[in-house]
Write a protein that binds this ligand. Structure first.
Ligand code: ADE
Length: 415
């Protein structure tokens, strides 16, 4: 009979949102970008992936379950991550249980992987970034790989480009790198999550009827057809990266907000410069931009920055709690929930922002005054699915409590 022991590791990894965007690959296979990018890591308390990886001599093949459903690991992206971590595996010993795995055993042993996203995978919230970062981090710990977080980020990058930025908390830069094998295309931390801890992030998950162009396809078409992308990558982004790092280090919100909004808008301009043009934002996204722009202008100094990825969801970064509470009032005025939705399931995450905004129930939402900076402000009931209030957060962690594992320690199958 086959030996029956199982060794497991469970990790939790955050998602991230780019404030200087990644759009366009110079190498599709290695996932090498045409420019540097910078992101903010989102608090894993509200948005994260948890992944358990297990090894046992009784496993007949590599298997993976995503949100409880078995998925195929045959795709190149998963195979890249598994191959690269296996190549770096070291000896592992559990003295108490008398288990020894030598470096060369890892080539023959199979793994089971179970991964769970604490937010809807289909909501367009960069689940593959948190997912591949967590997979690589957990496998590296299981196989006792000695690489640091930056070196692991270059492996996670080969699963999903933006995953490399989820190996750190706070603000993170993905350096595009120069060398052909991609070994210098990796993430480094700009500042940790404590550096700028008064920022508040509100995500508006916008209902969308259309299936968007996938990022992979969109990027390829942009690289093939957009002259604006060439100008952006060579002339604009290198300068913006320097300015953005300065703004973050100096906590200069005015400069940070200006760069974040400008870069999001240029990313969407590059999408429109693609042949055929790609539209990721919709009317609701445009209304949110207009709301933020008008408010910032009326105050005279930026209160909130907006950024949009390859979809209609808005990520809004408020200077502080006061600005966040005011922003939430405005958003709930424009986008009240449908009458069958409870406030508790409409505003998710850090509910204390709702309290700061003086909103306790749907009657308070109904009674909100129109924002004074807009004349005859209309309301768009039901155009936002829900809001998530969060903040900048930490990088990957190991979860040592066995109760948090997604696989059974006896069988190595999903619990
Ligand atoms: N894609 C979306 N979510 C994922 C996850 N948790 N792991 C791997 N790939 C994913």
């Amino acid at each position: 009979m086959a030996e029956s022991w199982v060794i497991m590791v469970t990790a939790q990894t955050p998602t991230n949102i780019a404030v200087i965007k990644y759009w366009g690959k110079r190498d599709e296979k290695l996932i090498l970008p045409v420019n540097d990018s910078i992101s903010v890591t989102l608090d894993p308390v509200h948005l994260c992936t948890t992944t358990t990886v297990a090894v046992s001599p009784s496993f007949a093949q590599d298997r993976m379950w995503l949100n409880g459903k078995e998925i195929s690991l045959s795709g190149g992206r998963y195979q890249n991550c598994l191959r690269e971590i296996r190549a770096r595996a070291c000896d592992v010993e559990d003295k108490e249980r008398g288990i020894k795995i030598s470096k060369k055993d890892w080539e023959k042993l199979h793994v089971h992987i179970a991964s769970y996203n604490n937010f809807p995978t289909a909501a367009g919230l960069a689940s593959s970034a948190a997912g591949f970062a967590c997979l690589v981090f957990a496998l590296a710990k299981l196989m006792n790989a000695k690489e640091d977080h930056s070196e692991l980020s270059a492996i996670a990058r080969q699963g999903s480009g933006s995953a490399c930025r989820s190996l750190f908390g706070g603000f993170v830069k993905w350096k595009m790198g120069k060398v052909e094998d991609g070994s210098d295309s990796l993430a480094v931390q700009v500042v940790d999550e404590k550096h700028w801890d008064d920022l508040v992030i509100i995500i508006a998950v916008v209902s969308s009827r259309q299936k968007e162009t996938s990022s992979t396809t969109g990027m390829r078409e942009t690289v093939e057809t957009s002259l604006l992308l060439q100008h952006r990558a060579k002339e604009i982004v290198p300068k913006r990266i320097v300015q953005m790092e300065e703004s973050i280090k100096n906590r200069n919100f005015a400069s940070f907000a200006h760069l974040t909004c400008a870069d999001s808008n240029q990313f969407h301009a590059v999408c429109m410069d693609t042949c055929p043009p790609i539209f990721y934002m919709n009317d609701t996204s445009h209304r949110i931009i207009s709301c933020v722009e008008k408010w910032n202008r009326s105050v005279g100094t930026p209160q909130v920055a907006y950024t949009f990825d390859a979809g209609p969801n808005a990520v809004l970064i408020a200077h502080n709690r006061k600005a966040a509470a005011q922003l939430l009032q405005k958003l709930l005025f424009y986008f009240p929930p449908n009458s069958d939705t409870e406030l508790n399931s409409y505003v998710l995450g850090d509910k204390s922002i709702l309290k700061d905004a003086g909103i306790e129930d749907l009657k308070d939402v109904e009674a909100l005054p129109p924002p004074p900076e807009i004349k005859d402000a209309p309301r768009y009931k039901g155009d936002v699915s829900y809001f998530i209030c969060t903040r900048p957060g930490r990088g990957p962690v190991l979860l040592s409590d066995e109760s948090q594992a997604l696989l059974s320690p006896e069988t190595g199958l999903p619990k």
